[in-house]
Design a protein around this ligand. Structure first.
Ligand SMILES: NC(=O)c1ccc[n+]([C@@H]2O[C@H](COP(=O)([O-])OP(=O)(O)OC[C@H]3O[C@@H](n4cnc5c(N)ncnc54)[C@H](OP(=O)(O)O)[C@@H]3O)[C@@H](O)[C@H]2O)c1
Length: 188
């Protein structure tokens, strides 16, 4: 039986941006505490999923199984540059087929962006780990979800049935914290 747990990870600026106006994650959004938190989470994950420009670039990255979204393939293909990676075009194959190709049918899947990929899984997250850097502003930056900045990232997570848990401080000097947004349990 397929039992995948879906978790999202991102750090955003005070105005809900994950990258600057050049669609690059600037150094001002990089904090050691958040990097450690993110690396530890990815070390526990069984599968990483991201768009072609959102590779996490960590020392343990080569060991990780991943699915990379791209329109350069029709459906599913091996990645010629990485034996642990599956190339996936959602227009041609379901996520389940991509997971089968990656050889992962149970465990935790970490969704790490960018915005289109976060949007695609919005109704499937078990937990979305939202880190925020409240002293960083990225005017004209790249919004984390398609509804930002009209709405905050928190509003959007709540609208999709997620509730905030207890926040942890990741970088005291920068005021950076992470909040787990967990899916409400259905009682009926
Ligand atoms: N602050 C953070 O925590 C955080 C998190 C994630 C990303 N980032 C940064 O944000 C920026 C995101 O870059 P980005 O906006 O270009 O996003 P991206 O999702 O990483 O890359 C976009 C590419 O992914 C593929 N793709 C995305 N959605 C697809 C879909 N529905 N179907 C098929 N292919 C799809 C396409 O690749 P092809 O062009 O090959 O078709 C597209 O050009 C990067 O600078 C990244 O470092 C920051």
């Amino acid at each position: 039986m397929r039992t995948l747990r879906i978790e999202g990870y991102v750090i955003v600026s005070a105005d809900g941006m994950l990258a600057d106006s050049r669609r690059i994650m600037p150094d001002e959004l990089k904090f050691e505490g958040d990097k450690r938190f993110f690396a530890a989470a990815l070390d526990r994950a069984d599968l990483i999923v991201h768009g072609r420009h959102s590779h996490e670039g960590q020392p343990n990255s080569p060991q990780r199984k991943r699915i990379v979204l791209t329109r350069t393939v029709g459906a599913i293909a091996d990645d010629p540059s990485n034996t642990k990676a599956t190339l996936w075009n959602p227009a041609g194959a379901s996520f389940e087929v991509a997971c089968d190709h990656a050889g992962v049918n149970s465990g935790t899947v970490a969704i790490i962006g960018g915005p289109d990929v976060f949007d695609m899984f919005m109704d499937r997250y078990d937990t979305f780990w939202l880190s925020q850097a409240p002293r960083v502003k990225l005017p004209d930056g790249e919004p984390v979800f398609s509804g930002v900045p009209r709405q905050t990232p928190q509003d959007i997570l709540a609208q999709h049935g997620l509730l905030p848990g207890e926040s942890q401080i990741l970088d005291a000097a920068g005021g950076v914290s992470v909040t787990p947004w967990r899916r409400r349990l259905h009682t009926s």
